[in-house]
Design a protein around this ligand. Structure first.
Ligand code: PGA
Ligand code: ZN
Length: 429
């Protein structure tokens, strides 16, 4: 096999994602070493995130990506061929320099992020090491490696379930488990129990976009109650073995300066929204809440972080959009950062956002999107960068299990060098 890290070819193609929508795959070749990656796609996107290029028009509802694929095979290939795949930063800088628009809408963030990830895969192939080890660097690759705490969806909602309930993700974490594998096993027990509860109520009707059960509930709080009941039915202790993590995705609820809870027909101002979420955190074993208020409600974000931040992880997704500058600037907003590479556009920018989260004393969660594929890059980033937490949806649907199963392979390959993050990322709780 060739060990020359110079990029000899870059190939783009159109493939399909978990919502049956077209997306961009990029293959980066260094001689016979090949790296490959597929762009994910969000549904509840932050206004500041990098923008994917879709063709518009009538074909495939305007969602086709022929333009983005052509950009891979044209300008992106021209910029990367001959370059050293082992130098991710320079490759990413070249990609960014190709697109004059700050949002990357010209070439398409979907084209750029798939190219950036494929470069990393190719470099790892050339070095003949797993991607996570390549990203961790030679210093850490021989020592203890932290396996992230998985945040796993049990009920889907919000934009991923036709807005059937307002809360987008009702998830669990299993920090009391001894290993990543045990955390998944406990989660599978809870998922099974939650399906049983929906069955008993005659309310089981399939799954939402990320594999969580379809949320047939009369109120948002009823969904949280059902989650607690599922943990107990699985024989686990809420708050000790397994705890609750919510993504409210509140930017999606923002209407005329307040929050619209469609399920309950209620309109809340920022203070009332904070009171609602605070009440849930008091009554239920909730250890993490993402986007409890919207991206434009910075005062609300600061207020809820001050009120709950000592005991609860407050995660910023839409408000930070994986932008290091925003993480640095937005003092007092959230105590953890959701890191989504496609919000940033390149791996180097995502790494910068992770670095900013550490610099500002915040935690971090590496996250997939609601539109996914068999691509497992996100798992390697979470392990290789030592992020401590990983969010990829539920424990059902192949695009989700592809990621969890890859993490299981990594944990097994590490043997006693693996250390499960457990409670450590939730140290405030
Ligand atoms: P998205 O949802 O991928 O649809 O944006 C995920 C999230 O909000 O965390
Ligand atoms: Zn989110």
């Amino acid at each position: 096999m060739s060990r020359d890290p110079r990029i000899t070819a870059v190939l783009g193609r159109r493939v399909w994602d978990s919502r049956g929508r077209p997306t961009v795959e990029v293959e980066v070749r260094c001689g016979r070493s090949v790296g490959r990656a597929i762009a994910p796609a969000g549904a509840s996107t932050g206004s500041g995130e990098a923008v994917e290029l879709r063709d518009g028009g009538t074909r495939l509802g305007g969602l086709d990506v022929r333009g983005a694929v052509a950009n891979v095979n044209g300008p992106i290939a021209d910029a990367l061929v001959g370059h050293d795949a082992a130098d991710q930063r320079v490759a990413d800088d070249r990609l960014i320099a190709l697109d004059p628009s700050p949002s990357l809408a010209g070439l398409g963030a979907n084209a750029i992020v798939a190219a950036s990830m494929a470069v990393a895969h190719a470099a790892a192939e050339v070095a003949d090491v797993p991607l996570w080890a390549w990203l961790a660097g030679t210093g850490t690759a021989a020592g203890i490696v932290t396996m992230p705490l998985p945040e796993i969806q049990i009920f889907g909602g919000g934009a991923h379930a036709g807005r059937r309930i307002d809360i987008q993700d009702l998830m669990i974490v299993a920090p009391g488990a001894a290993s990543f594998a045990e955390a998944l096993e406990w989660t599978a027990e809870v998922y099974l129990a939650a399906g049983g509860i929906m069955n008993d109520r005659g309310a089981r009707s399939g799954v939402a976009d990320e594999g969580g059960w379809w949320p047939a509930f009369a109120t948002n709080e009823a969904a949280i109650e059902a989650l607690v009941a599922a943990i107990e039915r699985a024989g686990l202790v809420p708050g000790r073995d397994v705890a609750i993590s919510l993504d409210i995705a509140a930017s999606e609820l923002w209407r005329d300066g307040g929050y619209r809870l469609g399920l309950e027909g209620r309109d809340l101002d920022s203070d009332a929204m904070i009171e609602l979420v605070t009440g849930w955190c008091t009554r239920y074993p909730i250890v993490s809440v993402e986007d409890p208020v919207g991206e434009h409600d910075l005062a609300g974000f600061r207020a809820i972080t001050a009120a709950l931040g000592d005991g609860v992880q407050i995660v910023g997704d839409d408000v930070f959009v994986t932008d290091a500058a925003r993480v640095d600037e937005l003092d007092g907003v959230a105590n953890a950062v959701l890191v989504k590479p496609n919000q940033a556009g390149t791996l180097s920018r995502a790494a910068d956002a992770l670095e900013a989260s550490r610099r500002t004393g915040r935690g971090a969660i590496l996250s997939a999107r609601s539109g996914e594929s068999e691509d497992v890059t996100i798992v390697h980033l979470a392990v290789g960068w030592g992020a401590g937490q990983l969010k990829v949806g539920s424990i059902a649907r192949g695009e989700r299990t592809a990621k969890w199963n890859e993490a299981l392979r990594i944990e097994q390959s590490l043997g006693d060098r693996a250390r499960f993050a457990g409670w450590s990322p939730l140290r405030r709780v």
